[in-house]
Design a protein around this ligand. Structure first.
Ligand code: ASP
Length: 334
């Protein structure tokens, strides 16, 4: 039996009839009813959807507009995240991103398409649009990941321009940090704000992109979750997708985005799956008190969800011409 038919039949035997395309707001308590609803992996509304981490309004609007014009999910997601890669005021993504301890800006990105193909670049200097570069790794090489100088050389061979990613402002901030160079992740402060984006296009296909300069003033060579398929981003076009932001080391340890997609495969709503992925981290020990992690997810029915550790995380949702900022529910209510 083909996998798609198996999922459909399992859903039919377990869940009854088709459902409405309800948004699961991040403050909604996921109910058993919603849980069984999301096992129906059918796209029932062909209105495109874009969601992205944090209040990256312009980036999400761009992706939504592209989707509305009929652009496919992956290209829409890349156009969306490029808005932030090129935003010099954004100190956590692309050009203008905070450097590592030695003053070098190194970028990480990955993309995953609806056919399951993916590409990734790690620790790349001098290239602004690293999500687009990750797509070219996917389409133009036999590999999934290119790192550091290899990725940079590949970029030039593909026609990318060399760019100085360290702006005057980010250089000044780094020099200030050097005066008392203590590394301490700050919750919800802009030392970690990756843009991860999931798009569903007019055909109901889901794809995503994730791009970041990583933790500010990180150790030289440090790579987080964002360019690692399964951790920072994962898509299964029969089920849905998920992306992460926050303390990458902890997302890596629990392979967070893959976990969320697998939980949705087993019947959880996007909301419930994000909650469970956060619980996997917070249940291990108390260290979560010092860092933020947030997940957003979307399933094939167009339902979305989000959950994070600490109050303060929001995400964007574009649908039917509306681009809204949604406040995420959170774990640490103490
Ligand atoms: N997840 C990113 C990293 O660890 C940072 C972030 O999203 O804030 O590199």
């Amino acid at each position: 039996m083909k996998r798609r038919h198996f999922i459909k039949n399992a859903a039919l035997s377990g869940a009854g009839l088709a459902i409405g395309n309800s948004l699961i707001g991040c403050n909604d308590k996921p109910s058993e009813e919603k849980k069984t609803e999301s096992t129906m992996m059918t796209t029932i509304n062909n209105s495109p959807i874009a969601i992205c981490t944090w209040a990256f309004t312009g980036a999400n609007a761009k992706a939504g507009e592209e989707l509305s014009k009929g652009v496919k999910a992956l290209d829409a997601a890349i156009s969306g995240v490029e808005v932030e890669e090129e935003n010099l005021k954004n100190t956590t993504v692309g050009k203008g991103g905070a450097p590592d301890r030695e003053g070098n800006v190194t970028l990480d990105a990955c993309v995953m398409d609806s056919d399951g193909d993916c590409g990734s670049v790690l620790c790349v200097e001098n290239i602004t649009n690293v999500a687009a570069l990750a797509k070219l790794v996917m389409t133009e090489t036999p590999h999934v990941i290119l790192a550091a100088e290899g990725a940079e050389e590949f970029a030039y061979a593909q026609g990318f321009k060399k760019d100085n990613l360290l702006t005057e402002d980010s250089k000044k901030a780094w020099q200030e940090w050097l005066k008392s160079p203590e590394y301490k992740p700050l919750i919800n402060i802009e030392n970690h704000d990756t843009i991860g984006m999931l798009c569903m296009d007019k055909d109901g296909d889901i794809a995503g992109a994730c791009t970041t300069s990583g933790l500010s003033y990180k150790m030289k060579g440090r790579v987080g979750d964002s360019p690692i398929i399964g951790s920072g981003l994962f898509i299964d076009n029969e089920i849905g997708g998920a992306v992460a932001t926050g303390m990458g080391e902890e997302v890596l340890k629990t392979v967070g985005s893959f976990l969320i997609v697998e939980l949705m495969r087993n019947g959880m709503s996007p909301q419930k799956a994000c909650e469970e992925a956060v619980n996997r981290i917070t249940s291990k020990n108390d260290r979560y008190k010092d860092f933020q992690i947030a997940y957003i997810a979307m399933n094939k029915a167009g339902e979305t969800g989000s959950y994070c550790i600490h109050k303060g995380f929001t995400y964007m949702k574009y649908q039917d011409g509306k681009n809204e900022n949604v406040h995420s529910d959170y774990f640490d209510k103490a």
